[in-house]
Ligand binder design. Structure first.
Ligand code: SF4
Ligand code: SF4
Length: 226
């Protein structure tokens, strides 16, 4: 989720790279699952999250939408997010023991927490959200160890490219007066990055960039036609 707040309010005032040490390690959360509950629609998922979840759980995106995920509009674009369910509004993947049942394939935002990303100049750095994790006495850990993501260089480039693609699209959609066209573009994004199944045997990033190029061509055609 993108937030327009001052860094002084929410962080320790520092920006971190993947190789820096940061006081984020909550030592296995022991007994706490606060950030897996009552998160509303804020755990927004990206195409890599869907790739991981659909293959890890052997379920199609549409099947996950039945009770694990939901779709919502984020600044004009329809995107999936984790569903909080029941009276306690728990993430659908939180098990009875208060642990994440999809830990190995958990979404990027869950890997990051309580870190956030600060985007600037077509890339980003990490920051520590000081009011989010309830655990006291967190210890220092290297950012890259904490986020536990293979091919981190590729991943960071993809995260940036996806973010700036979305922000560009959000700006474009905000200027369109044509509701039908806004709907078509949204359906195109949803179909291209989430509904069309990925190939498990192929590298995710190759598939993502291929889809991104195709989408850009389709968007140009759509714009030219109208
Ligand atoms: S609030 Fe902190 S300690 Fe609690 S579950 Fe989340 S990351 Fe772990
Ligand atoms: S996917 Fe796992 S870590 Fe993320 S909110 Fe759900 S239970 Fe928590």
């Amino acid at each position: 989720m993108r937030r327009e707040v001052s860094m002084e309010e929410i962080s320790d005032g520092k920006l971190y790279t993947a190789n820096d040490l940061v006081k984020a390690d909550c030592n296995d959360c022991r007994g706490c699952s606060a950030c897996c509950q009552k998160m509303g629609q804020s755990i927004v998922l990206d195409p890599l999250d869907i790739y991981r979840l659909t293959f890890g759980l052997r379920q199609k995106f549409e099947e996950l939408l039945a009770d694990k995920l939901e779709l919502n509009v984020v600044e004009g674009i329809i995107l999936p997010n984790l569903q909080m369910s029941g009276t306690e509004e728990k993430c659908a993947f939180l098990n009875a023991e208060g642990r994440c049942s999809v830990h190995a394939i958990r979404p990027g935002i869950c890997r990051l927490f309580p870190l956030g990303r600060y985007y600037d100049g077509k890339s980003f750095q990490y920051f520590l959200q000081i009011h989010e994790c309830k655990k006291e006495n967190r210890t220092k850990v290297k950012v890259k160890k904490w986020i536990d993501t293979p091919d981190l260089k590729k991943n960071e480039k993809y995260i940036s490219d996806w973010h700036y693609f979305l922000t560009d699209m959000q700006k474009t959609l905000a200027t369109l007066q044509n509701d039908e066209k806004v709907k078509k573009i949204n359906m195109l994004i949803l179909q291209t990055f989430f509904l069309e199944p990925y190939h498990q045997e192929e590298d995710f990033y190759v598939q993502f960039y291929d889809r991104l190029e195709k989408l850009k061509t389709s968007l140009q055609l759509l714009t030219r036609r109208e």
